[in-house]
Design a protein. Sequence first.
Length: 84
Amino acid sequence: TVAQLREWNSLKSDIIFVNQKLIIEKQAESESVTEEKTKVHTVSSGDTLSHIARQYSLSVRELIEMNHLTSDLIFVNQKLVVIK
């Protein structure tokens, strides 16, 4: 459903962007081999891209590219991939 897509992808609206990657179905736990290797950071109040990048030894550019961000705006409870 649209609601599931929004939840799985931490979307605040129905707007999506060209080349934005979306999760289209949740993996079953038995299929979570790659999920274990994926580290996700949930944005907290006061977080910035530079703070999050430093926390995981990434550059801001890497963080933006990994998450297909089109701006430097992030939102509380947004989930960002933070693996290198």
